[in-house]
Design a protein around this ligand. Sequence first.
Ligand code: PLP
Length: 384
Amino acid sequence: MNTAYFDNNATSAVAPEVLEAMLPYLRDLYGNPSSMHTFGGQVASAVFQARSRIAALLGADPEEIIFTSCGSESDSTAVWSALQTQPEKRHLLTTRVEHPAILNVAQYWERQGYRVTYLDVDDKGRINQDEYLRTLTSDTALISVMFANNEVGNIYPIQRMAEAAKKNGVLFHTDAVQAVGKTPIDLSHMPVDMLSFSGHKIHAPKGIGVLYARKGVRFRPFLRGGHQERGRRAGTENVPYIVGLGMAAKLAGEHIQEDRIDMARLRDKLEQGIVARVPDCLINGDTENRLPNTTNIAFKNVEGEAILLMLDRLGICASSGSACTSGSMEPSHVLRAIGVPFNYAHGSVRLSLSRYTTEEEVDYVIEHLPGIVENLRAISPYKN
Ligand code: PLP
């Protein structure tokens, strides 16, 4: 086997239909959608179609879709806009398990004098809803809670949390980069004010993202200049990528039910296959309520990076639950927030599937991973 790809939460393959849809806009249809001529007009129609497809996937109106360059830009813009439109409010409310695209932005605003609350999570990575309600104040400019966690796959109760925010008159943003296409989202029934997502997690290319901004919510652009995106994001539109994302959204909408079933079946087979063969491992996160494509397994007394290197030699792509902090590998902020015991957190490996993951790939990992862990434990300096 050449490559068994289990790193879809990092990035995903471009779907063949997406590439096909993009090619004409890279080759022949290079007009500027803002131009007056028919040549540009054709391109403007393609951008409109993509916007409509994305809106349909989210239960939104096409006018509520703003194209950006990535999920990080969408997250930064959401926070920026909320703070700029409500200068009198000085509090931000988020969680300890957000992606750095939110956490680092929150920390930046904290250094600028804002008060930021980072909600704790329990040993399954769940947010305490009473604490959430207690922390909401009339001074809160924005609540930003991720829809689904990129490391352990937990899905958060965004419907309930957004309803509480609305009741208290506080803006609510969700980072749905890992959720779109993997769990149904219907913004026509969910009072979320802003939502971010990214093309490269749903089989579109890297370099295209979306910020949904509900009609009527005051908005301040992060990137100023031309009047593109109704004055909400300057810069000539990245037409081929927008068209690609539109196609990816169409496919996600058409396949979501079967994809969820197929991915969950393969993920469960993978997880059970490993847990049955490897002693002393546990599943990180909330197995009752998580993305269908994600498992995060902690192996006691081994280094996750060593497992990754061994897997890599066999062509298996996965991720570890560690991040490089001042030159040494530390368990990620998510695993620390969950309180995964140290000798397990270090040996955490994330395997994330997609609609293109095959049974063969799953069998290949089940065949090899247990032996890798056993061999590493045999030479591990930790006491087993
Ligand atoms: N938010 C979450 C939850 C993510 O998983 C990621 C990427 O991994 C991002 C934001 C950033 O997205 P992008 O890489 O498109 O900037």
